[in-house]
Design a protein around this ligand. Structure first.
Ligand code: GDP
Ligand code: MG
Length: 217
C-alpha cells in the first residue's frame, strides 16, 4: 500500500516538474524590432538563456488578430494602459491634460489601443512560441519593462529602445518597445492559441539540457 502511494506521488511530482520545464509562452519581435534588424539579437538572447524556440513565423498581422491579441473590450486592461501613461509623467513636470488632451484613463487607454493596431501593422512581426523552465516569467525578464525609458539595461527593451508615453502619447502612437511577451499563464495560453491556431508546435531537446538538468555526477 505504502509503495503504491509512493508511486502515485512520484509520478505526480514528475508530471509537475515536467510541466515546469515545458512551460510555453508567446512572444513576438514587433515591426520596429524587425526593421531595426534585431531579430537575430533577440533570438540569441532567448536561446542563450537555455529556453527553446518551438514555433516561429514572420507575418504582418491583420486587424482581427491584433484586436483579439490586445483585449480592447477589457475595461480594466484598457484603463491600465491609461494609467501607465499618466504615471509616466511623474517627475517630468508636465500636466496630464495639457500633454495628453485628457486625464480620463479609459479615453487615454482607447487612444493607445487604436495606435497599437497601426503600430503592429506597420511591418512584419516575428511571432514565436518559447518553451522552458518558467518560460513566461523568463521571457518577460528578457523583455524588460513596458516603458523603454524605465526598462533595465541588459533587457531587450532597455538596451535597444528609448521611448516614453510622454512622447508617444503626444505623437498619437504606441510606445515603440521592440518586443512583446505574454504576461501570465492565461495570456500565454490565449496568445499561443490565437497566433499558432492549428499549427505545429515542435518538440526537441537542446544539447545543453543534459548539463543543465541531469545530475551526471
Ligand atoms: P506589455 O505587456 O509590457 O507589452 O505592456 P501592455 O500590455 O501594458 O501594453 C501593450 C503595448 O501597448 C506596449 O507594449 C506598448 O507598445 C503600448 N503601450 C503601453 N502603455 C502605453 C502608453 O502609456 N502609451 C502608449 N502610447 N503606448 C503604450
Ligand atoms: Mg501586455
Amino acid at each position: 500500500m505504502a509503495k503504491n502511494n509512493k508511486q502515485v506521488y512520484d509520478s505526480r511530482l514528475a508530471k509537475s516538474v515536467f510541466n515546469i520545464k515545458h512551460q510555453r509562452t508567446f512572444c513576438m519581435v514587433k515591426p520596429d524590432g524587425v526593421m531595426r534588424g534585431l531579430v537575430g539579437e533577440i533570438l540569441r538572447r532567448i536561446e542563450k538563456s537555455g529556453l527553446r524556440i518551438v514555433a516561429m513565423k514572420m507575418l504582418v498581422p491583420n486587424q482581427e488578430i491584433i484586436k483579439k491579441h490586445y483585449p480592447a473590450s477589457d475595461e480594466a486592461w484598457v484603463k491600465r494602459l491609461g494609467d501607465k501613461g499618466i504615471s509616466a509623467l511623474e517627475g517630468l513636470n508636465l500636466d496630464v491634460v495639457e500633454t495628453y488632451g485628457t486625464d480620463d484613463r479609459r479615453e487615454l487607454g482607447d487612444m493607445v489601443v487604436k495606435s497599437l493596431i497601426e503600430y503592429m501593422q506597420s511591418g512584419p512581426c516575428v511571432a514565436m512560441v518559447v518553451e522552458g523552465v518558467q518560460a513566461i516569467d523568463m521571457v518577460r525578464k528578457l523583455a524588460g519593462s513596458t516603458i523603454p525609458s524605465q526598462a533595465e539595461m541588459g533587457t531587450i527593451r532597455g538596451d535597444f529602445s528609448v521611448d516614453t508615453p510622454a512622447v508617444a502619447n503626444v505623437e498619437k502612437r504606441a510606445i515603440h518597445n521592440i518586443f512583446h511577451a505574454s504576461e501570465n499563464a492565461a495570456e500565454a495560453e490565449n496568445e499561443i492559441k490565437l497566433w499558432f491556431a492549428g499549427e505545429k508546435i515542435h518538440d526537441y531537446s537542446l544539447a545543453g539540457d543534459e548539463v543543465m538538468y541531469n545530475k551526471h555526477y
